[in-house]
Design a protein around this ligand. Structure first.
Ligand SMILES: Nc1nc2c(c(=O)[nH]1)N[C@H]1C(S)=C(S)[C@@H](COP(=O)(O)OP(=O)(O)OC[C@H]3O[C@@H](n4cnc5c(=O)[nH]c(N)nc54)[C@H](O)[C@@H]3O)O[C@H]1N2
Ligand SMILES: Nc1nc2c(c(=O)[nH]1)N[C@H]1C(S)=C(S)[C@@H](COP(=O)(O)OP(=O)(O)OC[C@H]3O[C@@H](n4cnc5c(=O)[nH]c(N)nc54)[C@H](O)[C@@H]3O)O[C@H]1N2
Ligand SMILES: [Mo]
Length: 724
């Protein structure tokens, strides 16, 4: 596929430069690179992400003249992505049926005029997707805050927000506490609610090394995901290793059963007298309350909620207490549930019981998705940034940033719906397709006065757009970024808090393309009073942006020098580095959360919405899901064969999926049933197609993340004749 899109020579040149010392950071995922990089430290899915960006196809003004916006809105995400790279700024005037070309300067003037005409700065919301570089993100949030709002939703709100909420409370920092070296030194690694074979293929190499060093690997998932069981080295397209079983043990937990599972493991650890008393006494608070709460654990509820045997749980508890160094890794299988924050805090509780944090080979490892989603947060892309950050930003730039909280992703949709938000600006991403409740969100988006999308590729959010709309095409990470002071590099932060440079080398896809930094600074020049910030100087030389970052963000001192080091540098993490826990109690906090399962009426299933092997979020690379045996189709629903029999359906039937929620029913038509070994009572289907089923108000407590992995549905024989 890469060859077809990029041409053979370009493919070879491009792939050789992914994650190399003088190359660009892989846009595929946020998994870190080993110190001694393999000459071919890329993976099949990293290659697809690069090919998608380096494609030779172009979306030209002629294309937009040919295709009405209404026509584009009918196309699939797959078709839209296949059209190629966006190369010219495009504008939809109010009432127009088509996009037409517009000059950059006119585009920036138009956005600034519309923003300034709003009754309040809070009538605009500024979204970010996680590919944006540190430099662009920092300037973007500065511009937005200087404009006067904290409405800075980002893809994190739909992703690892639950991890951030849980960990900030419990250990005082919302980031994971392990490095790659820790993985190699662990005795026990639990991979919970994550499918690394597809979504973090380079993690498999790390797990393989950990296993060689003696780690025992346990996976906890409703699905027996292929990469973990039938591992092939992702470094090699054909697979160097044959048939290694990476995972030693598989616990087929029910959807949303993890909180109960980890509470049970904690209870068994306490009952066995295996608590690290010294660690708990020295570093933790609220232990007594927690142990008292564990005393009430109801085993019947645990078995019902997890779908696991008590004996299985006891065996894992024994393994846990006999392991000196334990790491728990997790991703969306934990974060996208109503009680996600509680489940992650339960994992933290278990880890605290035995001091599995702040020592080599142990710790908490939320595995981030987008390649710079963690860095964007560090740079202040956060609707509720801490006051210390706002103070430092204000001091550096001579203004007083607002201290109140802005809108996150879900609240942005609510505010669009109520008319309080009138302008949407997206720095990357595909808001309409990635967010829940597609019908409601699309209606809200279409009613806006203005939408602006800074993008590399065509997507649904260009087609389902505001009354006035702009598409601003930008450079991708693989491309050379020439500015006044010469070629520029940007920086990113991986999932383990390592910051390093990314240097694009390919010729830009079009002459008109601007970098994200250039787009933000040129808009800022039009929008904000002159003379406050020398935006042009920052645009000309990104070192100057990094000088500001060095003074504002803790851990970035001497940024320009340190980022040049091979492999970059590590950001401080007090719990990991020195067992310091900057929480409200000054200690690591045990947290009490009541167990409450999901109510599933008879005849219903819990549906999780997940990724196929052939997509990157809303970008669809192809229609197969090789690891799950699916060919040429995405409208499939995986259901346990026993559940199928009970419900009166069979493999190959076509069904509508109907989700039930307090405000009514939502329907997704015509999915092919696939009998599949998932946990009983659970089903799975791909997003974004199933986002129509996720109610806007079905969110995780505290984090407000859409609960897109626990949608209560029923199946109905499909009467729709054509596949939508
Ligand atoms: N190729 C590729 N790479 C990607 C992405 C991509 O789309 N394509 N997306 C990137 C992004 S933004 C992210 S956030 C990550 C996502 O990475 P993942 O979190 O691996 O992505 P999902 O496909 O959502 O898979 C969720 C996994 O959790 C399991 N699961 C679901 N619910 C539960 C539960 O209640 N309990 C447990 N224990 N398991 C559960 C599912 O069966 C599945 O294995 O990947 C990143 N990398
Ligand atoms: N039902 C359900 N919904 C989900 C999820 C789920 O598991 N289930 N997962 C959620 C998660 S974890 C996430 S992170 C979100 C993802 O939400 P988003 O980040 O909003 O979506 P993406 O599909 O990653 O965005 C793809 C678009 O980004 C643009 N793009 C790509 N590279 C660049 C770049 O370098 N610069 C710029 N400016 N634009 C670029 C392209 O135009 C492309 O079309 O979706 C969430 N939605
Ligand atoms: Mo994500």
């Amino acid at each position: 596929m890469s060859h077809e899109q990029m041409g053979v020579r370009r493919t070879a040149l491009t792939l050789a430069r992914v994650n190399q010392k003088h190359g660009f950071d892989c846009p595929g995922c946020a998994w870190p690179d080993p110190d001694h990089r393999n000459a071919a430290e890329f993976c099949e899915n990293g290659a697809k992400a690069v090919a998608e960006e380096a494609t030779l196809r172009r979306v030209t003004p002629e294309f937009f003249a040919e295709h009405a916006i209404a026509d584009l809105a009918e196309r699939s995400d797959y078709w839209l992505g296949q059209q190629g790279r966006l190369v010219e700024p495009m504008y939809r005037p109010r009432g127009a049926t088509h996009y037409e070309p517009i000059g950059w300067d006119a585009a920036f003037t138009l956005i600034a005029d519309r923003l300034r005409a709003l009754p309040t700065a809070d009538a605009a919301s500024f979204y970010t997707s996680g590919r944006t570089s540190n430099e662009a993100a920092f300037l973007y949030q500065l511009m937005v805050r200087r404009f006067g709002t904290n409405n800075l939703p980002d893809c994190s709100n739909m992703c690892h927000e639950s991890s951030g909420s849980a960990l900030s409370h419990s250990i005082g920092i919302g980031k994971g506490s392990v490095s790659l070296e820790d993985l190699y030194a662990a005795d026990l690694i639990m991979v919970v609610g994550q499918n690394p074979g597809t979504n973090h293929p380079r993690m498999l190499s790390a797990l393989e090394k950990a296993k060689k060093n003696g780690a025992h690997i346990v996976t906890i998932n409703p699905l027996d995901e292929a990469g973990l069981r039938r591992f092939r080295n992702p470094q090699s397209p054909v697979g160097l290793l044959r048939g290694t079983e990476l995972s030693d043990e598989f616990l087929q937990v029910r959807l949303a059963g993890d909180q109960a599972l980890f509470a049970a493991l904690a209870k068994l650890t306490v009952d066995a007298g295996a608590v690290d008393e010294e660690f708990v006494a020295t570093y933790c608070s609220e232990y007594e309350e927690y142990v008292e709460h564990l005393g009430d654990l109801d085993w019947d509820q645990v078995v019902a909620t997890t779908g696991l045997d008590r004996a299985q749980i006891e065996a894992l508890a024994e393994r846990y207490r006999n392991s000196e160094r334990v790491i728990v890794c997790w991703a969306m299988g934990l974060t996208q549930h109503r009680d996600a924050v509680a489940a992650i805090q339960e994992i933290t509780n278990l880890m605290l019981l035995r001091g599995n944090i702040g020592k080599p080979g142990a710790g908490l490892c939320p595995v981030r998705g987008h390649s710079n989603v963690q860095g964007d947060r560090t740079m202040g892309i956060w609707e509720k940034a801490p006051q210390s950050f706002l103070d430092a930003l204000g001091t550096e730039f001579g203004f007083t940033p607002r201290a109140d909280h802005g809108l996150d992703a879900v609240d942005t949709i609510r505010a669009m719906r109520s008319g309080d938000v009138r302008v949407f600006f997206g720095l990357g991403g595909n808001f309409v397709a990635a967010t829940p409740d597609t019908a409601a969100t699309a209606a809200a988006m279409s009613a806006l006065d203005l939408t602006v999308q800074v993008s590399t590729k065509l997507n649904k959010s260009h087609a389902i757009c505001g009354q006035e709309a702009l598409i601003l095409p930008c450079l991708g990470r693989t491309e050379r970024d020439d500015q006044a002071a010469g070629p520029q590099v940007v920086s990113v932060e991986d999932s383990m808090g390592m910051v390093h440079v990314s240097r694009g080398r390919l010729d830009p896809a079009g002459e008109e393309l601007l970098s994200e930094v250039a787009i933000v600074t040129r808009l800022a020049e039009k929008l904000l009073p002159a003379g406050e910030v020398d935006w042009a100087a920052l645009r000309g030389d990104y070192d100057r942006i990094r000088d500001h970052i060095a003074r504002v963000v803790p851990g970035f001192e001497d940024f320009n020098t340190r980022v040049q080091a091979p492999g970059g540098f590590a950001l401080p993490h007090p719990p990991r580095d020195e067992r310091v826990f900057p929480t409200a109690t000054g200690k690591a906090r045990f947290t009490v959360n009541e167990l409450s399962g999901i109510e599933v009426p008879a005849g219903h299933l819990i549906l999780q919405t997940l990724r196929s092997h052939d997509q990157f979020n809303t970008t669809i690379y192809g229609l197969d899901d090789r690891y799950r045996g699916i060919k040429a189709g995405r409208r499939v629903v995986f259901v346990n064969p026993d559940d199928l029999a009970e419900l009166g359906f069979a493999d190959g039937d076509h069904v509508d999926l109907i989700s039930v929620w307090s405000d009514g029913e939502r329907r997704a038509e015509r999915f092919r049933v696939v009998a599949y070994e998932t946990a009983r009572g659970c089903a799975a289907a791909y997003f974004p197609e199933t986002n129509v089923l996720v109610p806007l108000d079905a969110v995780a407590k505290v984090s407000n993340t859409p609960a897109s992995k626990s949608v209560v549905v029923r199946l109905e024989a499909s009467t729709a004749s054509i596949t939508p």
